[in-house]
Design a protein around this ligand. Structure first.
Ligand code: UDP
Length: 342
């Protein structure tokens, strides 16, 4: 399997038909937020990033954006940032994301992802913001009975992280009804890959692809497979990996005035843990020894999105659908930045 040149994976997206606007990106120094900021600057928007840098990286923020360091818990600072930026829309990427941690420290998740995020909602109302685009998650669906998962499937989260995101989705509905704050909530499936200059650099990395790539990077001797006895063809969990730049392009489309509501964002293709590891081997040309471990608590066997709604209603077109392209872009970024952001 060839490793495509990263230039093929860079370059701007075809600009959606949205006039340039002032936007504030909460969490714009994080993985998905920083890639979105890059695309938004490229599309001509005037971008302000508001990020606490608890998980984000200052170096990840596109230099074309204005950066304000601040915490959503600080209502006055949040409101001041919204007013200074004259934000017409807010993109809210500023959530904690570790499922396992959420089951040990649920308070951290409910406090940040719900309670602190209410400060952002109230500040939006006070500052006259018209729309919020929210980073939700496939974890709101819990253990779905079948795939592909459509937006109206039952929402039965099995961890505090998923519940915290679902609670915020409920708040969005009420703020729209009562205050007229319109919203788009995107349920991401498995975000992966990198742009030419920005990639995945979590302080504690739990996700599959970056963990597997630590082996060919020489940072780990082997990678773990959590569970080999699932009811799937090779016994390992199946996930829907979606390129981070494709997530970013959906957010640009969400700025269209008519875009509103809940949307799943995935590739529509499922890959098992073993298939991901095989792809990483092919892309890197290196052997990747595995260690089979017990199941990780709370992992559903199979999560695959139906993204038909985003494709039909928003005109979304994921461009980097092949798993090899997704892994290649991640590999090129991690090879160039083996220690993440300095
Ligand atoms: N996984 C694994 N080894 C790892 C990390 C993850 O086998 O080192 C598995 C995990 O159990 C799940 C899949 O890979 O079945 C995707 O996990 P990830 O944490 O990337 O995303 P999630 O689907 O949990 O959001």
């Amino acid at each position: 399997m060839g490793c495509p040149d990263i230039r093929e994976l860079s370059g701007p997206f075809p600009a959606p038909n949205v006039p340039p606007m002032n936007i504030l990106v909460a969490g714009g120094a994080g993985y998905i937020g920083s890639v979105f900021v890059e695309e938004a600057c490229e599309a001509g928007h005037t971008v302000t990033v508001f990020d606490s840098l608890i998980e984000g990286h200052r170096e990840a923020v596109d230099p074309r954006a204005t950066f304000i360091q601040g915490d959503l818990a600080d209502h006055a600072a949040t409101l001041a940032a919204l007013r200074a930026s004259k934000a017409e829309a807010v993109l809210h990427f500023a959530g904690f994301i570790m499922v396992g941690e959420s089951m040990q420290n649920p308070t951290k998740y409910f406090r940040n992802n719900v309670s602190n995020s209410i400060e952002l909602l109230d500040a939006c109302v006070q500052a006259g913001v018209k729309k919020m685009v929210f980073s939700s998650t496939a974890a709101v669906f819990g253990m779905p009975e079948r795939v592909p998962i459509e937006e109206d499937f039952p929402k039965l989260p099995v961890n505090a992280y998923g519940e915290s995101k679902l609670m915020f989705e409920a708040l969005l509905r009420w703020y729209k009804k009562i205050h007229g704050l319109d919203y788009v909530a995107f349920r991401y499936f498995n975000a992966a890959g990198a742009s030419a200059t920005r990639g995945e650099a979590h302080r504690i990395e739990t996700h599959l692809i970056p963990n597997v790539l630590k082996v060919p990077l020489g940072q780990k001797e082997n990678c773990a497979i959590f569970g080999t006895d699932y009811p799937t063809p090779d016994g390992t969990c199946i996930r829907d990996y979606i390129h981070v730049r494709d997530l970013a392009s959906a957010h640009l489309l969400a700025l269209k005035p008519e875009a509103s509501g809940h949307f799943n964002l995935g590739n529509g293709e499922g890959y098992s843990v073993r298939e991901v590891i095989e792809t990483c081997k092919a892309v890197t040309g290196k052997d990747i020894p595995v260690v089979e471990q017990p199941r990780r608590a709370g992992d559903p066997p199979r999560l695959i999105a139906s993204s038909a709604k985003a494709i039909n209603e928003l005109g979304w077109q994921p461009r980097f659908r092949a798993l090899a392209d997704i892994v290649s872009s991640a590999w090129q970024w991690h090879s160039a930045n083996p220690d993440g952001y300095q």
